[in-house]
Write a protein that binds this ligand. Structure first.
Ligand SMILES: Nc1ncnc2c1ncn2[C@@H]1O[C@H](COP(=O)(O)OP(=O)(O)OP(=O)(O)O)[C@@H](O)[C@H]1O
Ligand SMILES: [Mg+2]
Length: 274
């Protein structure tokens, strides 16, 4: 097998001309800082989530089979250079872009932080190192996709979001937003990449409060610990003087609680044990 690429979380290998292998690691990052320690079973959860969603969603996708606890085999595709982001809530980069007048929100949008949008919106970005948000005009101008492809991606991404949000809602979670990637397989647009906690924000319904920052269910423990101990500020300070932030050692109990949360999220959403 030929090694192709190593992302923040997965390592990618070429099996043959038609298929590639995604190996999900236990690596974790927060506030764009990579930690030295692993979160046991995180890779397994991400892997089984990918299997679950690809089987659950009725849209054509690249999934072939799960190879092991942390590997899946997928069909090799030519990826479309656009990240298909769907947002159901007024949150994340949408808020700052709206404040800067860079994006319009649907009529009737409540612009309180974390308010539910009147309807889910398609809010794509480029697939470059630092994702730049784009709209249809820009996507066509940049020749990323055709007019017809854009319309297909918009419609289908929103449909996928709605279906996933409904499943999440049924088990006590809010699916705030979602990022999908598509490619071309045998001439048809096909859902690719991975779908799991790294591709969406999941909030616990019981903790949801409009007007405040919401914590992602799986990352909450780590981020809280970093914030309480002043590391978030240290990271910002380091970056402000052009230095790479240094990752602190995560306490063992935080690590084991994170593993637990990843597993709980999987077991609730997938409706089966890991
Ligand atoms: N079926 C496929 N065929 C070919 N390439 C694919 C397929 N599915 C996904 N990809 C591409 O493989 C790459 C996956 O990389 P990965 O997500 O691990 O890291 P990354 O995108 O480089 O960085 P990050 O960790 O920030 O996501 C992406 O460029 C994605 O578009
Ligand atoms: Mg990626």
């Amino acid at each position: 097998m030929k090694f192709l690429n190593s992302g923040k979380v997965k390592d990618i290998y070429e099996i043959d001309g038609d298929t590639i292998l995604f190996k999900f690691s236990d690596r974790v990052s927060a506030y764009d800082v990579k930690f030295k320690q692993d979160i046991p079973q995180k890779g397994e959860v991400l892997c089984k989530f990918a299997e679950f969603w690809f089987e659950k969603l009725s849209v054509p996708n690249h999934f072939v089979r799960r190879e092991s606890d942390n590997e899946i085999v997928v069909k090799k595709m030519k990826m479309l250079p656009i990240e298909c982001v769907v947002r159901g809530y007024f949150y994340g980069s949408l808020v700052s872009r709206w404040k800067n007048g860079k994006v319009v929100v649907p009529d009737g949008t409540d612009t309180t932080l974390a308010a539910k949008l009147p309807h889910p919106i398609f809010d794509p970005s480029t697939k470059s190192e630092h994702d730049i948000s784009i709209d249809k005009v820009k996507a066509l101008e940049m020749n990323l996709v055709t007019d017809e492809q854009y319309n297909w991606l918009e419609k289908n991404s929103i449909e996928i979001y709605k279906k996933m949000a409904e499943i999440a809602d049924g088990v006590g979670f809010i699916l705030a937003d979602l990022k999908l990637e598509f490619g071309i397989l045998n001439g048809k647009i096909t859902l690719g990449d991975s779908i799991g906690p790294d591709e969406y924000r999941l909030w616990l319904k019981d903790n949801y409060k409009i007007g405040k920052m919401q914590e992602a269910y799986d990352k909450q423990l780590l981020r809280d610990w970093l914030t309480v101990n002043g590391y978030q500020k240290q990271f910002d300070d380091a970056r402000n003087v052009g230095q790479e932030p240094i990752a602190p050692e995560i306490p063992k109990e935080i690590i084991s609680k994170m593993t637990e949360r990843y597993i709980i999220a999987y077991e609730k959403l997938a409706g089966k044990t890991l």
